[in-house]
Design a protein around this ligand. Structure first.
Ligand code: NAI
Length: 254
C-alpha cells in the first residue's frame, strides 16, 4: 500500500466490473473508476446505453472499457458474464453489485410475480454475482466486492410502503457483512447504503418531495456525489476496511 494518499486512491490498471451500468448510480461509479485509471466492464441488462458509454470512457480516459449484456437475476447468465469478463480482461479486481429495480407496493397489493421478480433481481442476483466473482477472487488470492444496498435496509422509509424492496436490501446488506468474514483471507467486502439520489429510480414527484422535506440537506443527491465513496472502497485507500456499511443520504436517517 503506498503511503501517499493520492496514490492510494489510484485504480491504475485495476479491472472493475459494475452492474446496472447503463445509467444512474452505476454509470457514475464506472465513470469514477475510469477517471481513477481503472479498466471497466460495464454490465447492463436491457438498456444498451452502456455500449456507447464504454466507447466514450475509452476515448476520454485512455482505459479499456467494454459492455456486457447480463441479466444479473439469471444464474447462468452471471456465470457466463464472469467467464467472458475474465476472458476479455484477464482478471477481476473489483466487482460492484449495483443493479436493482424499485417496486413500491404494499405486500397486500403485490402480485406474487412481482414479489418473485424483486427477490430475483435485487437479492438472488447478488448471491449469483458474489458466488461467481468470489470463485475468481479465491483463485486470484485477492478481490473486492462492493454491494449497493439502501437506507431502506436500515429504516422503514416513507412516503410509500415497500416491504419487499426493503427486505431485499436488508438481505444483501447482511449477506455482504457475512461474506466479509467468510472471504477474510482473500477479499474485502463492503456495502453502500444510499439515500435519495436523483436517478430514474428516484424520479417521481412523490419521492422528490419526500427527499426535499426529510433530507437534512433538503434535496436529493446527484450521482456525481456518490462516486467518491465507491472509489474509496474500490481502492487501497480503504485497505483496512471490510464488512462496513456506508450510509450516504444527506442526513435523511439522522
Ligand atoms: P437506475 O434504474 O438508474 O439503475 C438501475 C440499473 O440496474 C439500470 O441500469 C437497470 O437496467 C439495471 N438492471 C435492472 N434489472 C437488471 C437485471 N435484471 N440485470 C441487470 N441489470 C439490471 O437506478 P439507480 O438509482 O441507479 O439504482 C442503482 C442501485 O442503487 C439499485 O440497486 C438501487 O436499488 C440502489 N438505490 C438507489 C437509490 C436512489 O435513490 N436512486 C436509493 C437507494 C438505493
Amino acid at each position: 500500500i503506498p503511503s501517499n494518499v493520492l496514490q492510494q486512491f489510484s485504480l491504475k490498471d485495476r479491472i472493475c466490473v459494475v452492474t446496472g451500468a447503463s445509467g444512474g448510480i452505476g454509470s457514475a461509479i464506472a465513470e469514477g473508476y475510469a477517471e481513477a485509471g481503472g479498466h471497466v466492464a460495464l454490465w447492463y441488462n436491457r438498456n444498451p446505453a452502456a455500449v456507447e458509454f464504454a466507447k466514450e470512457l475509452e476515448k476520454t480516459h485512455g482505459i479499456k472499457a467494454k459492455a456486457f449484456q447480463v441479466d444479473v437475476g439469471d444464474r447462468e447468465a452471471v456465470k457466463k458474464g464472469i467467464e467472458e469478463t475474465v476472458k476479455e480482461f484477464g482478471r477481476i479486481d473489483v466487482f460492484v453489485a449495483n443493479a436493482g429495480i424499485p417496486n413500491s407496493k404494499p405486500l397486500l397489493e403485490m402480485p406474487f410475480a412481482e414479489i418473485e421478480e424483486l427477490n430475483r433481481v435485487n437479492a438472488d442476483s447478488v448471491v449469483y454475482c458474489a458466488r461467481f466473482a468470489g470463485e475468481v477472487f479465491k483463485k486470484q488470492g485477492s478481490g473486492n466486492l462492493i454491494i449497493t444496498s439502501s437506507i431502506s435496509a436500515h429504516i422503514v422509509n416513507v412516503p410509500v410502503d415497500q416491504p419487499i424492496y426493503n427486505a431485499t436490501k436488508a438481505y444483501i446488506l447482511h449477506l455482504g457483512r457475512s461474506l466479509a468474514r467468510e472471504w477474510r483471507h482473500f477479499a474485502r467486502v463492503n456495502i453502500v447504503s444510499p439515500g435519495f439520489f436523483h436517478t430514474a429510480m428516484g424520479a417521481s414527484d412523490l419521492v422528490q418531495n419526500e427527499a426535499n422535506r426529510m433530507t437534512v440537506l433538503c434535496r436529493q443527491g446527484e450521482t456525481r456525489e456518490i462516486k467518491g465513496i465507491y472509489l474509496y472502497l474500490a481502492s487501497d485507500a480503504s485497505s483496512f476496511q471490510t464488512g462496513s456499511d456506508t450510509i450516504i443520504d444527506g442526513g435523511y436517517t439522522l
